[in-house]
Ligand binder design. Sequence first.
Ligand SMILES: Nc1ncnc2c1ncn2[C@@H]1O[C@H](COP(=O)(O)OP(=O)(O)O)[C@@H](O)[C@H]1O
Ligand SMILES: [Mg+2]
Length: 471
Amino acid sequence: MRQYFRQLKSSIGRQFIKRVFIISLPAVVLFSTLVIFELLTVEVAFVCYFITLISNVLMLFPISSELQTLRNYIESLANGKVDDIDITLSEKDTKDLAQAITSIHRLWTSKTDALEAQALSDAAVFDTFPDPILMLDGEGNLIGSNLAARQFLGNNLTGINIDHLFSTNIFISSVEKVLKGNSDSERVVFHTPEHGNRQLFAHITKLPRQTKSRAVAVISLYDVSRALSLEKMQSDFVANASHELRTPLSVISGFIETLQTTARDDADARDAFLGIMKEQSEYMAALIEDLLSLSRLEMGQDKELKDKIDLHEVIDDIMQALKIKAFQHSVNIKINELTRIPKIIGDNQQIHQVLQNLLDNAIKYAPENSEVNVELKTVPEIPAKSGQNVASGRAVSIAFNNKGQKINKEDLARLTEKFYRMQIHKDMKIKGTGLGLAIAKQIVLHHRGNLTVSSTAYKGNTFTVYLPIKQ
Ligand SMILES: Nc1ncnc2c1ncn2[C@@H]1O[C@H](COP(=O)(O)OP(=O)(O)O)[C@@H](O)[C@H]1O
Ligand SMILES: [Mg+2]
């Protein structure tokens, strides 16, 4: 009983009492009129009014209380406390209302589920992009990022203003242009001292309309450091090659001019000049040959390595080719096979070129009347520094050793660079293009082998080629 009254008090409240009195108002008017016309006594009128009041209370209470129950349920639904309508109602009107609410709730739940699934799959797709993607609101604050962005810039990106991430002016002003609506998209390459000194290409795009997440612009970033440094290497290479070709060419054209004018009738000078011109044109031919080798190598990077190569035959061939040179330098070549060498798989012509370049160097840079040693053996593994992609397993090693001055550390690190030649050899006027070791290195790496250099005052210089037996 007490509970009933509590419910009555809380669920019906003042509103309910007000309604009961308002509904009973016509009865007051009716009974008062009847009393005035003395058709009813005051006592009877009061009793009748009281009965009307009670019947109104009994009629209104169930509806009011069911509406209250319904209201509590709607509130619980809105707060996400219950999943579905689960109440028993007796009045037809409230039942219909409850049914309508149930269907609206079901519809919204299924729509929210679909949206949630969509958002999850969008985020997953977003995360699969290999390049960083950032979403900005109108003030330039980050409101979204993909996995690549978080890996590159850190995990807690949300809320950070873009100019705290990148401070480069050219980038910030491009972002501002898009955010202020002065441009629909901007492309910019900029340098980031804050993030590992990289060169980034940014594509900043304005979204067609503001999204629910308030995103206004999207920035995609691409790391172009490697591409730019390759581009620079390529243009440096062209500049170096042109310079190397121009030098002998200007010597030749200078001598031609002298022969046409001042030395026209000087037979001795003519012979000397022609000798130099021959030498220079030979150098140009060698340079062009090396440049062509390099370009062939670069084009044939994906060429299949399938020749069965007998290294004994290759050594015989190059010995034959360099016999005269060795004789002219009074250099004696000794070949030493420490273990039996099996055939290897690779590109026959390229392997010829590597070994010939190394033997040629060993002869050329060895002091006169000295010995060049070629040592062949098999090794269980190719030695490699971390990050070098060499083949695993047994390999052949061919070491070329010549006596000579110890090569210092700085030179040692740069010998395989294109056009790099040690100053002492330039001073000694030893001819060369500076491309032989670069070519050799490229071929060896293409075979997933390695090229190492060691130099000591006592042992001299040793250039060792490692080639895997199987590819
Ligand atoms: N066996 C060697 N002994 C000493 N120095 C060498 C040897 N091989 C190469 N070098 C040095 O490395 C440089 C680059 O060699 P390479 O690329 O073959 O060019 P090139 O022989 O045409 O000068 C040479 O100019 C020389 O200074
Ligand atoms: Mg050389």
